[in-house]
Design a protein around this ligand. Sequence first.
Ligand code: HXC
Length: 276
Amino acid sequence: MSTKVAQILPAVDSTAVFKENIFNGKVLFCTGGGSGICKGMTEAVMRHGANATIVGRNLDRLNASAEELSKATGKVCLAAQADVRKPEQLRDAVAKTIEKYGRIDFVICGAAGNFLAPISGLSENGFRTVLEIDTLGTYNTIKATMDHLRKSKVASKPNLVRLGTPYQVHVSAAKAALTIFISSPTVSNVVAVEEGPHGVRSNVIAPGPIAATEGMERLRPAFSGADKAIISAAGREGDIRDCANAAVFLLSDAACHITGQVLPVDGGNMHLATTQ
Ligand code: HXC
């Protein structure tokens, strides 16, 4: 079904809603923070007072983003190169963070590998690669940071998840596994249950299609054609700030009794709409 896009509830900056000092003295460690949704989450958390480390494979992009984030927020942002598939590289990134700031309070496991491919066009190695980045990479990130999160006692771990999307069998498998081991509304929210007694909270942020992201650039032509927008029941495409606001809330003390949950940021159901 096709409807006109209507801007019903526009996206807002988190500072319009939350106090600017709520994360003063805190440190965020964010994989995938060099671009897209995770960069937006990092910026929002920094705007509320935190310093941050962004982690990824592309050092040039990380350095440019770290500089941009520092300038935009007035806080310190460290760029640490690591492939989340390599535990020793993640441990190095954590060591650099501790050397710089002395602590890690928040972890966002956002590094993701993705491409659209039908099962018939997906090799075993393609399937394995996405599982290794998304699932194993998240496990590696949790392992590398857990001791520091336990020390800080205030941590939370949003992650990204999308389930059941066509051409995404590899990603659906990877994110379904994550949903169970990190956070889920079932009794299987392993990290939340194991780490709750240590003061660590663990939640999943599950974005729908979010405008101005690499994922959306790939999704739009595949699902709707260049003349269409992918909108939601809320009447517009998702905005990076919508995800950032969810992260700020989940990392804040206002969410201190929320753990083991999946928070969709998808505006309701997905619809297609013409852009004119
Ligand atoms: C089918 C593909 C493919 C494609 C790669 N492969 N791209 N198969 N269709 N479009 C296969 C390759 O042929 C190879 O299998 C295997 O995957 C590994 O590919 P490599 O390029 O060797 O791996 P690597 O260099 O490690 O790169 C990982 C990657 C890459 C996931 C393939 O795309 C990447 O690094 N992405 C990081 C950035 C990213 O994806 N961001 C998107 C996040 S957005 P064979 O059998 O040939 O050896 C997001 C939401 C998006 O998560 C939602 C919509 C897409």
